[in-house]
Design a protein around this ligand. Structure first.
Ligand SMILES: C[S@@+](CC[C@H](N)C(=O)[O-])C[C@H]1O[C@@H](n2cnc3c(N)ncnc32)[C@H](O)[C@@H]1O
Length: 261
């Protein structure tokens, strides 16, 4: 889904997303001379980290958001790494069939509804034997963004507003089912696992900032302006009720996938 990304808002949570990427980078074991695609690179923080690992190779960061890519290019100018390129594009736009050693993607695939199509496109971009590694959060009913919004919708009697609404994210039914999708897209040595993530925010405002960065706006879209204000306040109140005195704890699952082309 194409969504306007507020890079300043996202910057506040980018380090949380980066923490989730650490296991992925360890599993991919990128070598210094490899060519890597960072699919859905956002502001490019992780792309630049990867470019330092692959210092004799190269990294291409692609993203459909112009604001994200403009910020990534600004970040690159500061870091001055010679082996990085940023493009506004998605996987199917790239014409470099089969040239990547590694495709890396952090917190992106849940934004794409047609998974078989995107997995096939990523497969085509990899060399034979190339590695794919990605993770994305499961925005199922247990995810704190979804559960808090559901509670707010119920409390305010807003359910009728959502009768024609399409849920914006892709949510796989199971890790095994997702592994099958990867195999159907011609990947082998497929490993898909579910990891539990915990974020602790200093306050309800900080937790709501996280919700804003990852898509609260999309859930409030069917609401009239007055309703949207009340909805945000209710979500805030729900987050405040979760504050244990040591912060607001948000627990959710992520799907990690590694495979070989
Ligand atoms: C949560 S951000 C993650 C950014 C970065 N990977 C990180 O870990 O900080 C999700 C990114 O995926 C991008 N995105 C969503 N759908 C995409 C698509 N079909 N092709 C490329 N990028 C996409 C969004 O524009 C956004 O920048």
């Amino acid at each position: 889904m194409n969504r306007p990304w507020d890079t300043r808002q996202y910057a506040k949570t980018a380090s949380l997303q980066a923490r989730a990427a650490a296991d992925l980078l360890a599993a991919l074991a990128i070598r210094p001379d490899e060519k890597i695609l960072d699919f859905g690179c956002g502001m490019g923080n992780l792309t630049l980290e990867i470019a330092e690992i692959a210092h004799q190779g190269s990294v291409v960061g692609i993203d459909t958001s112009l604001s994200m890519i403009e910020q990534a290019k600004r970040n690159l100018r500061v870091r001055r790494l010679p082996n990085v390129e940023f493009l506004v594009a998605t996987a199917a736009d790239l014409r470099t069939d089969g040239s990547f050693d590694v495709v890396f993607s952090n917190s992106v695939l849940h934004w794409i509804k047609d998974q078989p199509r995107v997995l096939r496109a990523l497969h085509q971009l990899l060399k034979s034997g190339g590695r794919l590694g990605f993770q994305f959060p499961l925005l199922d009913a247990a995810h704190p963004l979804i559960s808090a919004c559901q509670k707010a919708i119920d409390a305010l009697g807003l359910a009728p507003r959502y009768s024609g609404w399409t849920f914006p994210w892709y949510v796989p039914e199971s890790a095994d089912g997702y592994a099958d999708l990867l195999r159907e897209a011609s990947f082998r040595k497929v490993a898909v696992t579910r990891h539990e993530t915990r974020f602790i925010f200093a306050s309800a405002s900080a937790a709501r900032g996280f919700f804003d960065a990852v898509g609260l706006d999309l859930i409030s879209r069917p609401l009239a302006p007055g309703e949207a204000g009340a909805f945000r306040e209710e979500v805030h109140r729900i987050l405040a009720s979760l504050d244990t005195g040591e912060g607001v704890r948000l627990d959710f699952s992520r799907l990690y996938a590694c495979a070989v082309a």
